[in-house]
Design a protein around this ligand. Structure first.
Ligand SMILES: [Zn+2]
Ligand SMILES: [Zn+2]
Length: 323
């Protein structure tokens, strides 16, 4: 179609107005401006973020990660929404935090290549779990996660998922929470022994509570001095295929509760711990951003720069074969 100059001007004005209205609408809905991507002197990998997290927009997620200084993020999808005991009859759908599913993380990562990659997930005990997860592994998923469902951590369902992880050579991230998700943490060594080639990443309340040998399983956010030698400490020491995700309020609480213990713990497991944020705020800084606070604690308590870089970048780069 050939446009006259007049038609062309009219058309371009319409486009400009549409863009103006569009960007105006986005600006009012966006809490933080999206900073431009600058080449990072110190790249940082965040292994734990979510789309649609408590209703956060894609634009706010992007702004959040850039505000934290993260250069590569791994987006962990929810399983499909279903009403069954493993999702606590639907209460744990969307990872109990309104998180987006497989298609949302693929779409986001495709929009931001080189800055975001994605995981694959499904409700552990669904008959179609294997097929659904495999579909996204074939699309390039880097991890099976976040496994956060009400099943035994060594059940046939998790074993089936571990076989898939082995076939595709990707890690599995497990949310351990007493009497709620991935039950039976004290038996998890059986999985580590049965699947020595699969790398498991521990996360959440029961994972972090069990750094303490004297952990009371009913305490989700224990405080005070830590006695080394808890289950988590032992799994990390005894099994080369066990890794730890520093993310979320549970990770931050564990790092803050006993700084003397933390310094030694970070040194002891310097090749096994991975930085993650898992926070749903829009700012990416300040007291409401646990991810930013965890990063600050790592920088303050890591015994030296080399350990800090391992935790914030090198370990994940190696484990996920990134960059
Ligand atoms: Zn999460
Ligand atoms: Zn945050």
């Amino acid at each position: 179609m050939h446009l006259t100059r007049r038609q062309f001007l009219a058309a371009s004005t319409a486009i400009a107005c549409a863009q103006c209205g569009h960007s105006l609408a986005q600006t009012t809905a966006t809490p933080a401006p999206v900073a431009p991507v600058a080449p990072a002197a110190e790249p940082i990998i965040d292994i734990h973020q979510h789309t649609e997290y408590h209703g956060r927009t894609d634009e706010a997620l992007l702004a959040h990660q850039r505000a934290m200084g993260v250069t590569m993020s791994i987006l962990l999808p929810a399983g499909r929404p279903v009403d069954r005991p493993s999702t606590h009859n639907g209460k744990s759908n969307g990872l109990a935090a309104k998180c987006g599913g497989n298609d949302t993380v693929v779409a986001f990562a495709k929009k931001h290549p080189g800055e975001f990659v994605f995981g694959a997930n499904e409700v552990s005990d669904l008959p179609e779990a294997r097929t659904e997860i495999e579909k996204y592994l074939k699309l390039g998923a880097k991890i099976i996660a976040e496994q956060k469902f009400g099943v035994e951590c060594d059940s046939t369902y998790i074993q089936e998922i571990a076989r898939l992880a082995q076939d595709y050579d990707v890690p599995i991230l497990m949310h351990f929470q007493h009497a709620t998700y991935n039950l039976g943490f004290e038996r998890f060594h059986k999985m580590l022994e049965k699947f020595p080639k699969v790398n498991f990443i521990g996360h959440a309340q029961a994972w972090w509570g069990n750094i303490d040998k004297n952990h009371d399983p009913k305490q989700n956010y224990p405080l005070g001095k830590v006695t080394p030698g808890g289950l988590t400490d032992r799994y990390l020491t005894d099994y080369p295929n066990m890794f730890g995700d520093l993310s979320a309020g549970s990770g931050l609480n564990a790092l803050n509760r006993d700084e003397e213990h933390t310094r030694a713990f970070l040194e002891r497991h310097q090749n096994k711990l991975l930085y993650g944020s898992d926070c749903a705020d829009a700012l990416g800084r300040g007291p409401g951003c646990s991810g930013g606070r965890t990063m600050a604690v790592v920088r303050r308590l890591a015994a030296n720069k080399a350990i800090e870089r391992k935790l914030l970048y090198e370990n994940s780069k190696r484990l996920f074969k990134l960059g």
